[in-house]
Design a protein around this ligand. Structure first.
Ligand SMILES: [Zn+2]
Length: 544
């Protein structure tokens, strides 16, 4: 027995699944999916196969040749869910599982019409990271077991559906008033990147390989906001190599989407709070797009190596921003990230094992361990390697890293071995084991400074002494400059000072959600969506 992922029942000694065929019927009334999941095995096999499930009702299991398969659901474990143990007849190539999801499935958010922008139709979306795919379908829910997939989704008309996959046609459903949409994902993904959204959707093309989907009420604003997407993809390709996923589409979710963004391949999910009206929050797209290389192409083997996904992605996002907007703008992003890092270090305590990059989360729910540490400490470690190696050499290293491990899921130790092969001695020289295996932030962490950043920090610090930005000057500030200034303001500003800030900087009622949240913190107002949740999961800005 070899259970390699602390958050999965999958046993590496068991037969391995390589392809998933899903058939799903979306039942908004009962808030559940009725489904069949067919798992194709890598090679004909027999004997025991353990899968992950959470709150699934298993209705029946057969082989692809309709032979019955005996199964047994283990006891419910609070983090892992229930092990589904199958006894496969010899020579099994495919196993088919009929099942139903629960209305409380952690992967699925069922919105009533009132929770959408349109107000007329219900909406469903999934969020499978970190370990929730098992509540959408019975499967090997570990990034170590990558799967290609295809799906048919039956939805009530006039609703549409998108998945983290390419659209592959649609047809009238067997049941009146339904439509069946087909999807195909030919690249092997970790199961946490399985994604589905169902609702009243329209799309606008943004370029030859990208479009944005949203509710009809939001789609024009979304198309305006993300008009620069193709330029961003082209810039990313110059930095990191060819875009390997064919299309880069995005979905803007209804207002109740609780995350900044989720890098579902071919279909990034985004919060509508990025629709600032002035293209000032499209950096979230830079982060999600960068995941197409770091995270989706080269993936953490399990959640103990999450920094490989997020540290590299924050670093890549900032390289992308530097190429698009210059170094001054990027230093501001590092400064905003530093605040998030400090906040996480303070929350856990600098000696907490949760501040290590390589964690040990056996027995811990990955959602409870979520913080800015893998993002911002991880990005600083990657930047340290870049600075020490030199940019050209490090860029060549990154391209070889991605070529070597593309479409695989790796551990910190596999990364370290590759680093040692490519740049012998560098890890030891920089104290990589302290960075990876010890808590806190090592003393050789890179510092990101610029005259612009220093100026904003000094101006904010001078507020109690009466130093004020000129209104005309502040009007020209970028959203990042405004955010840095607000973050560095003292927290104890009196009513008069707050009134001056609000009137001069026009803060209340800003479309930019991050600025608004920071302003409400300065002004002492209770925020309904604290940054750590409003911008959680994947948005790397201020709070992710
Ligand atoms: Zn991310």
């Amino acid at each position: 027995m070899a259970r390699l992922d602390p958050h999965s029942y999958v046993d590496s000694d068991h037969p391995r699944a390589r392809h998933l065929r899903l058939w799903l019927s979306v039942n908004f009334g009962a808030r559940r999916l009725d489904g069949t999941a067919a798992l194709e095995l890598e090679a004909p096999a027999g004997g025991t196969l353990d899968l992950d499930t959470k709150e699934l009702e298993i209705l029946g299991v057969t082989t692809g040749r309709e032979e019955p398969v005996a199964f047994e659901l283990g006891d419910e474990q609070p983090i892992l869910g229930r092990r589904l143990r199958l006894a496969l007849p010899a020579g099994t190539r495919e196993v088919r599982l009929r099942y139903r999801t629960s209305p409380d499935a952690p992967a699925l958010q069922w919105l009533s019409p009132e929770q959408t922008a349109g107000g007329a139709h219900p909406f469903l979306f999934s969020q499978c990271q970190s370990i929730h795919a098992r509540s959408l379908a019975p499967l090997p829910d570990t990034p170590r077991n990558r799967l290609t997939y295809e799906a048919e989704v039956e939805v009530p008309e006039p609703l549409g559906a998108v998945m983290s996959a390419g659209p592959a046609g649609d047809r009238a459903g067997e049941r009146p008033g339904t439509r069946v949409l087909r999807f195909d994902m030919p690249q092997p993904i970790p199961p946490y990147l399985l994604a589905l959204a169902v609702g009243r959707l329209e799309f606008r093309d943004l370029g030859p390989r990208s479009r944005v989907y949203a509710e009809p009420q939001t789609v024009e604003a979304a198309a305006y906001e993300f008009a620069g997407t193709e330029a961003m993809i082209a810039t990313a390709e110059k930095l990191f190599g060819p875009y390997d996923w064919d299309r880069y589409d995005m979905l803007v979710l209804p207002p109740s989407f609780p995350y900044g963004g989720m890098e579902n391949p071919r279909m990034t999910f985004l919060t509508p709070t990025v629709l600032a009206g002035d293209r000032s929050l499209v950096d979230v797209v830079a982060h999600e797009l960068a995941h197409s290389w770091t995270g989706n192409l080269v993936t953490n083997a399990d959640m103990d190596h999450f920094w490989l996904n997020e540290g590299f992605t924050v670093w890549a996002e900032r390289r992308l921003l530097e190429a698009l907007h210059g170094q001054e703008a990027t230093v501001l992003s590092w400064a905003i990230g530093e605040k998030a890092l400090e906040e996480s270090m303070e929350r856990f305590g600098k000696d907490s094992p949760l501040t290590r990059l390589r964690t040990d989360l056996a027995g811990t729910d990955p959602d409870d361990a979520f913080s800015s540490i893998p993002y911002e400490k991880g990005a600083r470690f990657v930047a340290l390697l870049e600075h020490a190696a030199g940019r050209d050499r490090f860029d060549r290293f990154m391209r070889r890293y991605m070529a070597r491990f593309r479409f695989t899921s790796i551990t910190t130790e596999e990364f370290l071995a590759f680093l040692e092969d490519e740049m012998p001695g560098l890890a030891a020289k920089l104290g990589a084991s302290e960075w990876l295996y010890q808590p806190g932030l090592p003393a050789n962490a890179p510092v990101f400074r610029s005259a612009r950043l220093d100026g904003l920090v000094a101006l904010a610090a001078g507020f109690p002494r009466g130093e004020r930005p000129k209104a005309a000057e502040a009007a020209r500030w970028s959203p990042a400059e405004m955010l840095v200034y607000l973050q560095d303001l003292p927290r104890e500003i009196d009513h008069e000072g707050c009134a001056w800030l609000d009137a001069t900087l026009g803060l209340t009622g800003r479309g930019n959600h991050e600025i608004l949240v920071e302003w409400l913190t300065v002004a002492g107002a209770p925020t309904t969506s604290p940054p750590s949740r409003a911008c959680a999961r994947c948005c790397s800005r201020s709070a992710a």
